[in-house]
Design a protein around this ligand. Structure first.
Ligand SMILES: Nc1ncnc2c1ncn2[C@@H]1O[C@H](COP(=O)(O)OP(=O)(O)OP(=O)(O)O)[C@@H](O)[C@H]1O
Length: 319
């Protein structure tokens, strides 16, 4: 194996699923959730790990955290074998699942954090410094005495991220950290993660359905589908392989005929004063925006990233 901080070689996970067939008979079926993948992540890198539903992302993360034992292949995180040395590994990693909380539902945030401190035996000074930093950067001030169940989704997520970082992990696994968050909370979480990576050199593996997360945080992205690694490289390269498109959504002062004559983009939909223009995902939106602003009464605009499913479908189409 090479000397990456996360090293994965021919990693496999096969689940045996029992199915009832007829009244008495049960048949066994194998599900190859991860079918022999290899990658290496150097220390301090932020990597996106994306793929459609059921692709094998969670199963990979569970093997990387030691929750699941691989069926085959080799795996090292911070020099440790996750399933055999799980207790030692736990001190080196942090995990955030967007769809469920690791915080105690009925306790105020402060008490949840205190329990995490005891569990990981974080020294007092380090705990206070880390908590203070998270409270400031994630704007949790005033929320520490609120029970978790009373927090909004965005506030809870920021609480979960704090809980995952109190013991200064070297590796952070983030599973859909911006799912269901409003635009402002998303921006806040992304800024925080960028700063964390820059200041502490935390290695981050990020699973998300939101390509904007990847675009703003990761230089490198890995795509998994049907348990196989389909792509490992820059996001721009992925867009080129799949010839995927981004969409510019423009609001004009009034309803007008479809915008025409903008080089590099074409109008794909109009609805009252709002129009949608598609352009190659690897191109910059700036020249398109300026052409529209020169010729049309522009009020507002936003750029939408392509869906991950769409990008992957196009990859297949390219063959
Ligand atoms: N414990 C299990 N027993 C049997 N099959 C499983 C188990 N866990 C996962 N699978 C199957 O393995 C495959 C990969 O699942 P996995 O949860 O890793 O996908 P995913 O990429 O994380 O999907 P999602 O984006 O929906 O979370 C799926 O077909 C799933 O049904």
């Amino acid at each position: 194996m090479s000397d990456g901080f996360i090293e994965v070689e021919d990693l496999e996970k096969v689940f045996q699923v029992r199915r009832k067939s007829g009244t008495f008979r049960r048949t066994k079926r194998e599900v190859r959730a991860v079918g022999g993948i290899s990658f290496s992540v150097p220390r301090g890198e932020m990597v996106g790990y994306i793929g459609p539903n059921g692709a094998g992302k969670s199963t990979t993360i569970k093997m990387l955290t030691g929750i699941l034992t691989p069926s085959g292949g080799r795996l090292r995180v911070a020099g440790l074998d996750p399933s055999r040395e799980r207790t030692r590994l736990v001190r080196r990693i942090g995990v955030v699942f967007g769809q469920r909380t690791t915080l105690w539902w009925d306790l105020p945030l402060r008490d949840s954090f205190d329990l995490v401190r005891r569990m990981y035996r974080v020294p007092g000074a380090r705990y206070r410094a880390n908590l203070e930093r998270c409270v400031e950067l994630l704007e949790l001030d005033g929320l520490l005495d609120v029970p978790v169940r009373q927090l909004s989704l965005g506030q809870r997520m920021r609480g979960d991220i704090t809980a995952a970082l109190l013991h200064d992990p070297d590796v952070l696994y983030l599973d859909e950290p911006t799912i269901g968050l409003d635009v402002i909370s998303k921006v806040r979480v992304r800024e925080f993660l960028r700063d964390l990576n820059a200041e502490k050199g935390t290695t981050v593996l990020l699973t998300t359905h939101d390509l904007t997360d990847i675009e703003q945080l990761c230089k490198r992205v890995m795509v998994i589908d049907h348990g196989r690694l389909m792509y490992d490289g820059a996001l721009a390269g992925l867009h080129e392989v799949g010839e995927s498109e981004r969409t510019l959504v423009v609001d004009l002062e009034r309803a007008l005929p479809p915008i025409e004559g903008v080089s590099g983009a074409r109008t794909v939909r109009t609805e009252g004063p709002r129009q949608w223009l598609a352009f190659p995902a690897s191109a910059s939106a700036a020249p398109i925006v300026s052409q529209i602003a020169d010729g049309y009464p522009l009020v507002d605009l936003s750029v939408r990233e392509p869906d991950i499913e769409d990008v992957i479908a196009r990859m297949y189409a390219e063959g």
